[in-house]
Design a protein around this ligand. Structure first.
Ligand SMILES: [Zn+2]
Length: 202
């Protein structure tokens, strides 16, 4: 089996601020937390969108597309250990085999890190009684806003005869996704996506 390289760079250009959580943790009273990474050279934390978040979203979209036979009946998952459908190839199988691709974290551009973090707070309103609910004050840490760009890469080696299909499926899956994070219903996390296939140094 000969292998071919896949390297995609994706840019998420935010239209509204985004919140991406990293579970619960001890940061004061903020009820949701940004996933952060440390830049040791500059001694600064900056927000990133975890590659696992991107991977999860793309997996859900490609699974739906494959089940709808968008890439032909041969790509429907056989759910066996040696299955080589698009989902198994790209993402791997539970407890069994790794996928062929790496999903790196999406990072903000260098010039944008400084202005990224803000705190947004609000009060949850009872939809029927239109009064503030008890304990309903929420605080969400968000990043960005209009025109903030996060960029990440997806790369790896795949069976040559599947390369084009894999790239097409990833691009289709990005087109399915236009909002990210917990705040969608509050208007957070909407973005435009650009995916570019390119030579990468890895
Ligand atoms: Zn499969």
């Amino acid at each position: 089996m000969s292998l071919a390289k896949v390297c995609l760079t994706y840019r998420l250009e935010f239209i509204t601020p985004v919140h991406v959580g990293a579970g619960t943790g001890g940061r004061g009273f903020l009820d949701k937390y940004l996933y952060r990474e440390r830049d040791y050279n500059r001694e600064k934390d900056y927000p990133v969108i975890p590659g696992s978040t991107i991977k999860g979203r793309l997996r859900a979209a490609i699974t739906a597309l494959v089940q709808a036979r968008v890439y032909g009946p041969e790509e429907v998952c056989r759910e066996t250990g040696d299955c080589s459908c698009l989902v198994c190839l790209i993402f791997g199988q539970k407890g069994n085999r790794r996928g062929h691709l790496y999903f790196e974290d999406a990072r903000p551009g260098d010039s944008e890190i400084e202005r990224l973090v803000s705190v947004r707070s609000g009060i949850a309103i009872d939809r029927y009684r239109r009064v503030a609910r008890d304990n309903a004050l929420y605080t969400v840490e968000t990043v960005g806003g209009r025109n903030v760009v996060f960029q990440g890469q997806i790369w790896g080696w795949v069976p040559e005869e599947k390369q084009q299909k894999i790239v097409a499926a990833l691009k289709d899956a990005f087109a399915f996704n236009y909002a990210l994070g917990f705040g969608k219903s509050r208007g957070l996390g909407w973005f435009r996506v650009q995916v570019v296939e390119e030579e990468c140094e890895k």
